[in-house]
Design a protein around this ligand. Structure first.
Ligand code: NDP
Length: 278
C-alpha cells in the first residue's frame, strides 16, 4: 500500500488552514535565500506556495552569492527583534565564506521554524517540548495518519544526518520503538536492514535499497531526493521493493510534501508560542 504524502499533506493542511483562519493575524515566515542554487530555489518556492495557500505570510529575502556575513547577521537580527515575525528560515546550503553554524545559532530559537537550532535539538534530546525538524516530523505525521504502529517496532534508519537520521531516531525512541541507526561505516548493512519492521532510507543514493535488503511486510520510508536523468528518484528501488513491502512512500509525493506540511505546522506552533499575539 502506498503511503501517499501528497494526499495526507492535503488533508492535514486543510485542517491547519481552518485553524490559521481563526488567528488574529497571519503567521509570518521570513526565508533567507543566498545565491542561485536551483534546488534551493525550487524548495523555497514550494514552501512559499504552500504557506501562502494556508493563509500564512511568507517573504523570500534573496541575497547575492557574494553577500557579506555582516549583512546576513543584520537581517537575522532585525527579524529576531521584529515581533511580527514568527519564523525565520535560512535555506541551506549557504556559500562557503559564510559561517553556517554561527548564523543558524543567531536565529532566535523561538523563531527557528526548521528546528535546527542547538536549543531545539537539545529540547528534542531531553524529550521536552520544542520545534522538531520538519522532515522527521513529517514522517511521523504520515505514519500516524495511516495508523501504523510504532511502539515495540524495530526501526532501522540508513543515514545519521542532523536534519533527518539523528532527530528521527530520537523521535522513534520517544514513541517506544527500538532503533538502529546506520551510516556509511556500518558493517553488514543488509543484515540490519532485513530486520527492520520500519525501514527509513535517508542517505541520498538513488535506488540504493533493493529487494534483498528488505523484510517481507516491512514499512519502507524513502526520504531520498535524487535527480537522475532529469527525473526525481528516491533512495529505494521502488519497483523492486514495493511488491514485498506492506507500506511504502513514493518519490515524489511521499516524504517531500509531508516535510513542507510539517514546516507550516511548525510556523503555526511558533505563532501560538509567541506572547506577541496575546
Ligand atoms: P547527508 O548527506 O547529510 O547524510 C547522508 C547520510 O547517509 C550520512 O549519515 C551518511 O553516512 C549516510 N550514508 C551515505 N552513504 C551510505 C551508505 N552507502 N550506506 C549507509 N549509509 C550511508 O544527507 P541528508 O540527511 O541531508 O539527506 C539524505 C537524503 O534525503 C538526500 O537525498 C536528500 O536530498 C533527502 N532529503 C529529503 C528531504 C525531503 O523533504 N524529502 C529533506 C531532507 C533531505 P556518514 O554519516 O557516515 O557519512
Amino acid at each position: 500500500m502506498i503511503l501517499d504524502g501528497r494526499k495526507t499533506a492535503d488533508i492535514l493542511n486543510e485542517q491547519l488552514k481552518e485553524k490559521v483562519l481563526r488567528l488574529n493575524r497571519k503567521p509570518r515566515l521570513e526565508i533567507i535565500l543566498i545565491g542561485d542554487d536551483p534546488a534551493s530555489h525550487t524548495y523555497v518556492n514550494s514552501k512559499l506556495k504552500q504557506a501562502s495557500q494556508l493563509g500564512m505570510e511568507v517573504h523570500i529575502n534573496h541575497m547575492d552569492e557574494s553577500v557579506l556575513e555582516d549583512e546576513v547577521i543584520q537581517l537575522i537580527t532585525s527579524f529576531n527583534q521584529n515581533n511580527q515575525v514568527d519564523g525565520i528560515l535560512l535555506q541551506l546550503p549557504i556559500p562557503k565564506h559564510l559561517n553556517e553554524v554561527q548564523l543558524m545559532e543567531l536565529i532566535d530559537f523561538n523563531k527557528d521554524v526548521d528546528g535546527f537550532h542547538t536549543m531545539n535539538q537539545g529540547l528534542l534530546f531531553q524529550k521536552r517540548e520544542g520545534i522538531r525538524p520538519a522532515t522527521p516530523k513529517g514522517i511521523m505525521m504520515l505514519l500516524d495518519h495511516y495508523h501504523i504502529p510504532i511502539e515495540g517496532m524495530h526501526v532501522v534508519i540508513i543515514g545519521r544526518s542532523q536534519i533527518v537520521g539523528m532527530p528521527l531516531s530520537k523521535m522513534f525512541i520517544d514513541r517506544n520503538a527500538t532503533v538502529t541507526v546506520t551510516h556509511s561505516k556500518t558493517k553488514n548493512l543488509k543484515e540490519l536492514t532485513k530486520q527492520a519492521d520500519i525501514l527509513v532510507a535517508a542517505l541520498g543514493k538513488p535506488k540504493f535499497v533493493t529487494k534483498d535488503m528488505v523484510k517481507i511486510g516491512a514499512v519502507v520510508i524513502d526520504v531520498g531526493i535524487n535527480r537522475v536523468d532529469n527525473k526525481l528518484v528516491g533512495d529505494v528501488d521502488f519497483d523492486e521493493v514495493a511488491p514485498i513491502a506492506s507500506y511504502i512512500t513514493p518519490v515524489p509525493k511521499g516524504v517531500g510534501p509531508m516535510t513542507i506540511s510539517a514546516l507550516a505546522h511548525n510556523l503555526y506552533e511558533l505563532y501560538l508560542k509567541g506572547d506577541k499575539n496575546t
